[in-house]
Design a binder for this molecule. Structure first.
Ligand SMILES: Cc1cc2nc3c(=O)[nH]c(=O)nc-3n(C[C@H](O)[C@H](O)[C@H](O)COP(=O)(O)OP(=O)(O)OC[C@H]3O[C@@H](n4cnc5c(N)ncnc54)[C@H](O)[C@@H]3O)c2cc1C
Length: 405
């Protein structure tokens, strides 16, 4: 066998090994999906429950409690529900997800979330199979070949909602049943589980009591120690919380009179992600909306700028460098910018629980004296990532909370 062939086999084998074992992509984790969730069970729990946070995870747990006529309240720090799910209908002629946007998991997860059996999915979604893409190295724009785009899609078969959003999906299938029990503008400051009842205090001076509490705030909020646990969290728990990387980042959307860009432009960065992408990809849209997603080290460069407008100007400048001034010429002076990394009640972008050590996830999921439980994106035990992971963790935690003695 020629040396070149041996080398090729070695490279292919090690690449396949790396891809399949080191990097478990959520879309491939459909075998990890549970056969049944708490939605399929009935519970006879008599106590009162407080859920902290009305993001996807807290809303999902609430749905289980609602279904079983359990006495519960959701305390939400902001004046809206959804957490890192947010929809805009002002910029374009189609709704934009300015938080979570892609379905990274196998679409069958949508049925599991709804409590529906089978593989037939009745959501309108489009496979995120790019028809054009480029790589920007800071100086030169290089097109990505069809073969590489196909390879990437086969390895990472993601999708997007066609005329709807993640926000709408969660609203329709989960939130609408539980919003009547949300108390807004109620940032939880302390959770005292030292007595029989758990006492929860909020920053607006209110005190609540419950038999059990489910905490669903982001790992960034837990890292910041903004919530005071009494007794305090064990050193193991604090260490596990601090060990999780939760990078800063933001998302922007800019409106143009012309689509001068490909479906996606991946910018080379040392750490994190930086990508321009066509938000209107395969949507029934007449408006041209270019998205920008930045996470990790590169974010600091934008955070150093003084205003949102300066960030937008910087993005236009970068696009002008790539496309010879085309961005400034066709920009319609309208944008959205959602700075998730600097919001007090998010403090970061997203985590990938499936990439963390099992032992760390076990500690993070461990309840406190069977009175305080944890759920949220990072508590996903089914390797689904993002919104599906957060929702399934909500169902999982609700089941545990309602069945633990
Ligand atoms: C820019 C961006 C892009 C993303 N893209 C995708 C994607 O394409 N696909 C995908 O699946 N996922 C994506 N994600 C991740 C996804 O949004 C999250 O995994 C998911 O929404 C997390 O839900 P959660 O309920 O765990 O947490 P959150 O959504 O963070 O919900 C926590 C809730 O707790 C509230 N809260 C915080 N502190 C307190 C307090 N002290 N007291 C009371 N309430 C409090 C918050 O206000 C919030 O409502 C993205 C995230 C970001 C930021």
């Amino acid at each position: 066998m020629k040396f070149r062939n041996v080398l090729l086999i070695l490279v292919t084998t090690s690449l396949t090994f790396c891809l399949s074992s080191c990097y478990k992509w959520a879309a491939r984790a459909h075998k990890e999906l549970p056969e049944q969730t708490a939605l399929d069970k009935t519970y006879n729990y008599q106590g009162k429950v407080i859920i902290v946070g009305a993001g996807a995870s807290g809303l999902a747990a609430a749905k289980v409690l609602e279904q079983n006529n359990i006495d519960y309240l959701i305390l939400e720090a902001t004046d809206r529900y959804g957490g890192r799910l947010k929809k805009d209908t002002t910029l374009a002629d189609f709704p934009i997800d300015i938080g979570a946007e892609w379905i990274h998991s196998n679409p069958r997860v949508l049925n599991v979330i709804k409590g529906k059996t089978g593989d037939q999915i009745d959501e309108d979604f489009v496979p995120y199979k790019l028809e054009s893409a480029a790589i920007w190295n800071g100086k030169k724009l290089k097109p990505v070949s069809g073969a590489i785009r196909n390879f990437l899609y086969n390895f990472m078969p993601e999708s997007k909602f066609k005329s709807s959003t993640w926000y709408d999906f969660v609203n329709e299938n989960i939130a609408k049943d539980v919003t009547h029990n949300i108390v807004y503008n109620s940032a939880v400051k302390s959770i005292d589980y030292s007595s029989k009842k758990v006492v929860v205090k909020t920053s607006n001076g209110k005190t609540y009591e419950a038999d059990k509490v489910l905490v669903t705030v982001s790992i960034g909020v837990l890292k910041s120690n903004d919530i005071n646990f009494i007794p305090e969290l064990s050193p193991d728990k604090r260490k596990a919380i601090q060990s999780i990387t939760f990078e800063p980042g933001f998302k922007a959307a800019l409106k143009f009179s012309e689509k001068f860009y490909p479906d996606a432009i991946n910018c080379k960065v040392k750490n994190g992600e930086k990508v321009f992408y066509d938000i209107a990809f395969k949507k029934d849209a007449k408006t041209n909306i270019l998205g920008f997603l930045c996470k990790g080290d590169e974010t600091e460069k934008y955070y150093a700028l003084k205003s949102e407008q300066e960030i937008i100007n910087q993005l236009l400048k970068e696009l002008d460098d790539m496309y010879d001034g085309k961005a400034s010429q066709t920009y319609m002076n309208e944008y959205l910018l959602e700075n998730w990394g600097q919001y007090q009640f998010t403090q970061g972008t997203w985590t990938q629980a499936f990439q963390e050590k099992k032992s760390t996830l076990k500690v993070l999921n461990q309840p406190l004296d069977n009175k305080v439980y944890f759920a949220g994106e990072i508590n996903d035990t089914y390797k689904q990532m993002g919104v599906p992971g957060a929702i399934l963790s909500g169902y999982y935690a609700a089941d545990k909370l309602l069945t633990d003695e």
